[in-house]
Design a protein around this ligand. Structure first.
Ligand SMILES: O=C[C@H](O)COP(=O)(O)O
Ligand SMILES: CC(=O)C(=O)O
Length: 212
């Protein structure tokens, strides 16, 4: 059930910016700036104290944005982000306890994997949209190309080490449904509230996809 809902949610999502925010107001402005540049989905991580509240506020104030919770690592966080109303969750890695908690909660979810064995285990637990993390460090394009034939039912969102110069190569692989990363949000612009610069960087990403 969750995997069908997830496939539908991801239909028009090609890029998933990984965001670390310091307060909900900043999160809303950041997501708005990205949306103006054509990026319609975000992953707000639980890496800061403001992460959880920011998820709920962005979900409420920007209904046009697909909102994912990132760095969801345990059952408590699964319950909390479900309560916050996110569209789906994302983890950097997968443990049996985490995958069990996600299935119990029926939360649409993209578990992180770094090896074919982890991918097969996640698939056995019912997950076929996976995140390859940290993508370039664990083999990147070569790994994704190598596992396409033996694991044809699995799709990946490579994250970790992607940038403006390499993201299209990842996105164009047949077993990649979207790409993730932090490259399109410059932290100096974020800290300065330079929203136009963030919109411009997002637009560069969406233009690159449109122009290929
Ligand atoms: O912590 C890593 C982020 O999730 C994504 O990696 P990145 O900063 O290399 O894009
Ligand atoms: C690695 C990542 O994007 C996450 O923390 O979920």
């Amino acid at each position: 059930m969750s995997s069908i809902a997830l496939a539908k949610t991801l239909q028009n999502v090609q890029v998933l910016p990984v965001l670390t925010v310091t307060n909900p107001d900043q999160a809303v402005q950041l997501c708005q700036a990205l949306y103006k540049g054509g990026i319609n989905a975000v992953e707000i991580t639980l890496r800061t104290a403001a992460g959880l509240e920011s998820l709920a506020v962005v979900k409420r104030e920007l209904p046009e944005v697909v909102v994912a919770a990132g760095t969801v690592c345990n059952a408590e966080q699964v319950a909390a982000v479900k309560e916050a109303g996110v569209d789906f969750g994302v983890s950097p890695a997968s443990t049996p306890a985490l995958l069990h908690a996600i299935n119990e909660a029926e939360l649409p979810f993209i578990p992180g994997v770094a090896t074919p064995s982890e991918a097969m285990y996640a698939a056995e637990c019912g997950f076929n949209h996976l995140k390859l993390f940290p993508a370039t460090a664990v083999g990147g394009l070569k790994l994704l190309k190598s596992i396409a034939a033996p694991l044809p039912e699995l799709g990946f969102c490579p994250t970790g080490g992607l940038n403006q110069d390499n993201f299209l190569e990842f996105l164009n692989l047949p077993n990649v449904y979207c790409v993730g990363g932090s490259w399109m949000v410059n932290s100096a612009d974020l800290n300065a509230g330079n929203w136009q610069a963030i919109t411009d960087a997002a637009q560069k990403v969406t233009d690159a996809i449109a122009q290929q």
